[in-house]
Design a protein around this ligand. Sequence first.
Ligand code: F6P
Length: 366
Amino acid sequence: MSIQRIGVMTGGGDCPGLNAVIRAVVIKARARGWQVLGIEDATNGLIDLDYRSPRGNRWLEVADVSDILTKGGTILGTSNKSDPFAYVTTKDGERVEVDVSDVVVANYQKLGLDALVSIGGDGSMRISQRLIDKGLRIVGVPKTIDHDLGSTDYTFGFNTAVQTATDAIDRLQDTAESHDRTMIVEVMGRDAGWIALSAAIAGGAHACLIPELPYRIEPLVRAIRARQATGKPHSILVVSEGARPADGEQSFAGARDLGKMPRLFGAGSKLAAALEPHLATEVRVTVLGHVQRGGTPTQFDRILGTRFGAAAIDALADGKFAHMVALRTPNVVCVPIAEAIADPHHVSLRDSLLQAARDVGICFGD
Ligand code: F6P
């Protein structure tokens, strides 16, 4: 069946570069004469065709995307609580998760869509795969600041997030040095330590704690004291939100909300509380949080987003449904979505980036 009408949606947490993908998808699809429906707030716009937040689904023209390349966020809106297989609704006065995936399939048909471009991270790719299994034709585009999707060298968004974290560390170096303090910088990344590891190297941090390597306090205290003994009273410690002590657990903000992943929270303050009794100097914590998700994308993410968006249209034209576009440097290729979600991308203990960090003396608390 030839393609005349496609939908495009962004799912999961936002990240810089989403608009670059949307722009490329719309420009290339319109050049082929295809109509492009922008679907509002991830699958919310397919679960309820009258969904408005704030604008609802809309047909996109080149003029709608002509000024968005440099803007962070997503003009389509996004959501990380719109899984149609575990959709949160109220039944008999109680909030429950229900499967509304048949509604998504029916609405996709009602809209006359021939295929979808689903731009998202591992959660969105899992949902896409399950919708593909129900008959939808989908091509995936990998996004995430966490860099934890398999089968692609990079996702867009990660480069900008690392740059933001690096800029913050540069600023914290100045104030840490002025006050002779130990500064803890907590960064995002969920269960992957890529943002922490990359920003620690780029920012010249002295310690880095990642989820893949549970930490102990003693090596960290030794590293900070060793610096102090050489006349460097300040230290910068980068900690992943998903880091955990060898004898403890990851830190969460309470129980999981219905329809959502549990929210990581408090790794930096947990580390500060454990470190402070061992140090004569003061400890301060900075949580970068969602600052890492916003802002104008770096040139790397603009280019990667543009390449991915254009490649997604080629993939649809070639009938490569159930595939995700991926960077295999220097090429953009297509890989089965099933393969990308089967093997998440975490820091391996033999990773050369981890080795480079160790080579310049960064302590991992192990
Ligand atoms: O997956 C991207 C991410 O920013 C993670 O690094 C972080 O743990 C999570 O999303 C935060 O999600 P939310 O925006 O729901 O707080």
